[in-house]
Each structure stands twice: as C-alpha cells, then as structure tokens.
Design a protein around this ligand. Structure first.
Ligand code: TYD
Length: 133
C-alpha cells in the first residue's frame, strides 16, 4: 500500500504549537500546490479517485474524517483527526473520504498542479490500470 501516516515534529511551548513542512526535506516531495477542504457535512463523501502521478500529504487541521485507501488489491481504512499527523498518499492509490465531522478542515499539500487528466475517477478503470489488464 502506497501510503503512510507521518508523525510530524511539533514545536510547542506555553503560547501554543507549531508544525512546519518543507518540500523535499520533511515533506517527501516538492510542494507545488496547497488546497483545503472546509464546510464539510456528514454523509457527503469526497475523493473517489486515484492519481496517476500525484503525491499528497493530507492533514486534518480541525475535525475528523475517514479515509478508505485501496491499491487495487487491498482496502484499508483509517481516521484523520489530529493536526500533528499527516497522511502521505503516493501514486496509484484509490481514496475515498467519508464520515466527515461538521466543519472538518483538511489541508492538502500536493506534488503537482491541478490537472484533471491526471485523475482516475472510475474505479473499474483504476483496477485495470493498477493490475495491468
Ligand atoms: P474534487 O476532485 O471533486 O474534490 P475531492 O477530491 O475532495 O472530492 O474537486 C472539486 C472541484 O474543485 C472540481 O471541480 C475540481 C476543482 N479543483 C480545482 O480546480 N483545483 C484543485 O486543486 C482541486 C483539488 C480541485
């Protein structure tokens, strides 16, 4: 499975806490794009796609949501609910985001610019591509 949870270094003191990610250093790719998801509602799923080449790190800055991750052979599930844990997702991983808390805020760091041609949004096509059918 081409994903991992990253425990990020926290700089904390009596004023609060701070985390820094630097492309190519403690973030495994150069960051070309940042986007965020907010105003989420339960029972409205997102994702349902894979990327041919994109790598991402996703952080739940506030609230929680469930990720289903699928490499075409196995399906695993995890919850993101902490601002100090990043979910790294590599290439060719199908992802579904479910069970958002109200107003969950996800920040996403991406290795490349947005390009719809780079998405695989059809699960059967994804299975064909990763299994080389
Ligand atoms: P979508 O891929 O449906 O979001 P999610 O992966 O959370 O389900 O994206 C929603 C819309 O936003 C869609 O019209 C594409 C657009 N979009 C951009 O224009 N740029 C971006 O960087 C992203 C991630 C999406």
């Amino acid at each position: 499975m081409n994903y991992k949870l990253i425990n990020m270094k926290v700089f904390g003191d009596e004023r609060g806490r701070l985390i820094s990610l630097e492309g190519g250093r403690n973030c495994p790719f150069e960051i070309k794009r940042v986007y965020w998801i907010f105003d989420t509602v339960p029972n409205m799923d997102r994702g349902m796609h894979a990327h041919k080449n994109m790598e991402q790190i996703i952080v739940a800055m506030d609230g929680a949501c469930q990720f289903i991750l699928d490499d075409g052979k196995k399906r695993e599930s995890l919850w993101l609910n902490r601002p100090d844990i990043g979910l790294y997702i590599g290439k060719n991983m199908w992802r579904e985001m479910k069970n958002f808390s109200y107003g969950c805020k996800l920040m996403v760091l991406a290795s490349d610019y947005y390009d719809e041609r780079e998405y695989i949004r059809d699960y059967n096509r994804f299975l064909k591509e990763v299994n080389n059918d």
